[in-house]
Design a protein around this ligand. Structure first.
Ligand code: ADP
Ligand code: SF4
Ligand code: MG
Length: 356
């Protein structure tokens, strides 16, 4: 995981020089589509490779999905399916060994994958923010949490200098940190994991971004704190009209909190659907297996069925369908490239030759 948060770590952004202002200052040209029809984020054919000593890892292949303004989109899949690499590619924080080989990710008119450093810095933190799974390591250990939030507010100039202190307390209150006046003076190591994650969220929303990417934001927290953090993210998204990409390996955890869900397996998007449709009638064999392996309210442990096999090695030859070796429905036709991506119901897409 990269060190530091992009809310806390990037240089003070200049006003974006390309694309639309997400705050809506510039009117769109007369012949452009209605703003509601344009997604906030449109990721298209995103492919990422890592060059390693042991070969090229094809971590993402032609990943496609979109996020509308204000909606919550879940990205789910087992560990190693490419969720974090997708998020890092969008934030421009991929490991130096990584290369984006193909694709676009258009956010407010700017292609994040081909933007200059200056353009990205203008967006990060202000319009697009991210929280990580280890808040304690992402926070600055030698600066009080109040100072860290002040730094972000000053960098983004979201409030006049004289109001910065008030806004720090307001943000700490918003993320439901008790006794914010006293807590502003504490260091991350003096706080619990759950409290640190709340501070990360305060940093992320300080500049009221249009999109927040939350990568496994509750890993390592106890069940009650997990629910509280996810409720908090949901409430903040609703009140601020903020879109959220909620990344998790745990479908059960985020299921009820998402409008739509994108299922990833081995660097492919295998299914994408409104949350309800995905749960009631999954069409990709992997999604069905993922659901069967997810604990649900009232279910017994014995009812859970593990997914056979593991995520394939992403080096060397791969079948057009990367689930092929694990799939009980596999047939010779599954080896014919390219793997189709079919819209089997409105906004319900599946990448499979023999969907359920
Ligand atoms: N720095 C790296 N070098 C080589 N391979 C990497 C690197 N980072 C991620 N990968 C590979 O990319 C794939 C996707 O990883 P990741 O996005 O972290 O999965 P997830 O977040 O879904 O658990 C995995 O196969 C992983 O091994
Ligand atoms: S394409 Fe074939 S192997 Fe792949 S998930 Fe569909 S049925 Fe299974
Ligand atoms: Mg990850």
């Amino acid at each position: 995981m990269p060190g530091g948060s992009f809310v806390a770590g990037s240089a003070r952004p200049q006003p974006p020089t390309v694309g639309l202002s997400l705050s809506g200052a510039a009117p769109p040209p007369a012949n452009s589509p209605h703003p509601a029809a344009v997604p906030l984020l449109a990721v298209d054919h995103l492919s990422v490779e890592f060059r390693t000593r042991h070969g090229v890892v094809r971590a993402l292949e032609r990943v496609r999905f979109f996020v509308r303004r204000g909606e919550t989109v879940g990205i789910v899949g087992e560990s190693g399916s490419g969720k974090s690499v997708t998020a890092y590619a969008l934030m421009g924080i991929l490991d130096p060994a990584a290369r984006v080989t193909e694709g676009r990710a258009v956010f407010g008119g700017l292609d994040l994958l081909h933007a200059s450093r200056q353009e990205l810095e203008a967006y990060r933190g202000r319009e697009l923010a991210m929280i990580f799974q280890s808040p304690r390591t992402a926070l600055n250990p030698i600066r009080t949490v109040g100072r860290q939030i002040e730094d972000v507010l000053i960098r983004h100039q979201t409030v006049p200098r004289a109001k910065v202190r008030d806004r720090v307390l307001e943000l700490l209150t918003l993320v439901r940190i008790p006794d914010p006046d006293a807590r502003a003076h504490t260091y991350p190591f003096e706080m619990s994991g759950g409290m640190c994650q709340r501070v990360m969220i305060a940093l992320a929303i300080a500049a009221s971004p249009a999109l927040l990417i939350a990568d496994e934001p509750t890993t390592g927290l106890d069940v009650t704190t997990q629910a509280a953090i996810l409720d908090l993210l949901g409430d903040l998204a609703r009140t601020n009209g903020m879109a959220t990409v909620l990344i998790s390996h745990d479908l059960g955890l985020i299921a009820e909190r998402c409008d739509r869900i994108v299922v990833m397996h081995a660097g492919h998007v295998v299914e994408e659907a409104p949350a309800r449709a995905l749960f009631s009638a999954p069409r990709h064999p992997y999604t069905a297996r993922l659901l069967a392996s997810t604990p649900r309210a009232g279910a017994k442990l014995a009812d859970l069925v593990p997914i056979p096999g593991g995520v394939p090695d992403l080096r060397g030859e791969l079948s057009p369908c990367r689930y092929r070796a694990r799939c009980e429905r596999a047939a010779p036709e599954c080896d014919e490239p390219p793997l189709p991506r079919t819209e089997i119901a409105p906004e319900h897409l599946v990448a499979c030759r023999r969907p359920l």
